[in-house]
Structures are given as C-alpha cells and as structure tokens.
Write a protein that binds this ligand. Structure first.
Ligand code: ADP
Ligand code: MG
Length: 241
C-alpha cells in the first residue's frame, strides 16, 4: 500500500513539556488506523499535526512527499483541503442542520453544492432533520451533523477525534458503519482516535498505542491485539491503564 503520511522524528512541545515524541510512523493510503491511549497521551495533538493545524516543534510530517516542518509557515491550501479533522466536541452554529453542513462548502466558494449536502446528510442518517436547529440536537445527532459537515468537503483523509465518546450504542453503530463505508466505498483514509480498544479492534486495519506522548507499538490490528510485542500494549488492552 502507498504511504500517504510519513512522520519523522516528530516532537511537539508546549511550555517546555514534550507531549508528543514519535520518531517514525507511516500512514497508508486507504487504511483505517486507530490511535488508542489513555487521556493525555497526545492523541489529539497528533491529529492536529496531521491536519496541519499547528506546526511541529521538531521533525517533520511528509504528506504525499510534501514536507511539513517547524519552518513551514503554512501548508499549501490544495494539500490542507485533502484532510479534514472532526474535533472531539464539535461546535455547531445556532442554525439549521442543513445550514451547518452547507457552511464549509459555501466558504470554499463552491456553488451548486445542494445535492452534496443532501447526500452527506443521508450518509449520516440526518436527512429527516435538515431543518432542525442545531441547539436542539442530541449528542449523537451533533456528532453525525459534524461528520456530514466533514464529508461534504470530500476529503481524502478524515481524522476523527473520539467520534463516539459518550454516545449510545445506536449512534456508535451508525458512526462505525459510516467509517467503514467511507473507507470501503470511497477508499478514504481514516485515522480514528479512540480510548475504546473494542472499537479499534472492530474498525481498524492497524492500531497504534500512544502512552505519555510516545508511540509504543503499531501493528496490524489482529496481531496488535492477539500478539502484542510490547508488555505495555498487553497491559493497556487488558485494561491495566
Ligand atoms: P489526548 O488527546 O491523548 O488526551 P492531548 O493531545 O490532548 O492528549 O494532550 C497531551 C498533553 O498535552 C496533555 O498533557 C495536555 O494537557 C497537553 N496539551 C495539549 N494541548 C496543549 C496546548 N495547546 N498547550 C499546552 N498543553 C497542551
Ligand atoms: Mg484528546
């Protein structure tokens, strides 16, 4: 499989504290990579870097061979647009579901987006709620609207930060099915941050474990869970963290 991201000696430091230190990691085009780890292990920081939202302190991220380094002021728009991040707690405007989903495409100056907006609302099962005001939505509906707002942009890479945290089983299943559909039908590359090891096991082709900012292990999901190479991986998946 083709390499889409290549991370080299990546470090992110806030106020003299290094919260992420990943010497080497590749993300393959068309894979679902789960990133697991306890709270504070640097998962969200990694996603922000992969979305080019902040600049690394050290090292580099090659995206399609284009380097993102401490010296890169900004990634070219054409590259940034290939990647979309959905935050853990998405914020919607106090407007209708449809207006929230249409906002991003309108911002890009893309017109005639009506069908794409409808299509992405159908994808997340929100087609009957297009006129509902965002502030009346449940947690699961907010997350699904945020996902529609992301996929309407037709990214090549979707970065999801705890997409099902605190959701009921119905919404968890809808979102997991969506992730698999985007991957299988559109070949989308997905990086899914989760602290749910079962979710990683259900969804991901490969799983990576972060502990205290360090990449402990990354492997094909079956071997990650069945034959972990590192004792800390074993401890984490057995719930000792
Ligand atoms: P996770 O998503 O795994 O819970 P984060 O990436 O959010 O972890 O955070 C990793 C560590 O970095 C935490 O200790 C957090 O407090 C710290 N951190 C994250 N973002 C910032 C920031 N902008 N400024 C200072 N510290 C931060
Ligand atoms: Mg986080």
């Amino acid at each position: 499989m083709e390499t889409l991201y290549r991370i080299e000696h990546l470090q992110q430091t806030y106020q003299n504290r290094t919260v992420l230190d990943v010497p080497d990691l590749s993300i393959r085009k068309g894979e679902i990579l789960a990133v697991i780890g306890p709270s504070g292990s640097g998962k969200s920081t990694l996603l922000r870097l992969l979305a080019f939202l902040e600049t690394p302190t050290r090292g580099q991220i090659l995206f399609d061979n284009f380097p993102f380094t401490p010296l890169t002021a900004e990634m070219p728009l054409a590259l940034r647009r290939r990647v979309t991040l959905v935050f853990q707690r998405p914020v919607l405007f106090n407007a209708s579901v449809r207006a929230n989903v249409a906002y991003g495409v309108r911002l890009r100056g893309e017109h005639n987006h009506h069908q794409r907006v409808e299509q992405s609302l159908r994808e997340v099962g929100m087609e009957k709620m297009v006129h509902v005001r965002a502030h009346t939505l449940s947690g699961g509906e907010i997350q699904r609207t945020a996902l529609a707002r992301a996929i309407v942009l037709q990214p090549e890479v979707l970065l999801l930060d705890e997409p099902t945290a605190n959701l009921d089983p119905y919404n968890v299943r809808l979102i997991e099915e969506l992730i698999q559909r985007l991957n299988r039908q559109q070949g989308m590359t997905l990086v899914v941050v989760t602290h749910n090891v079962f979710q990683a096991r259900r969804l991901a082709h490969r799983t990576a474990l972060l502990l205290e900012g360090k990449l402990i292990e990354v492997a094909e999901t079956p071997s990650f869970f069945e034959h972990p190479a590192d004792s800390r991986t074993r401890a984490f998946i057995q719930g000792e963290w």
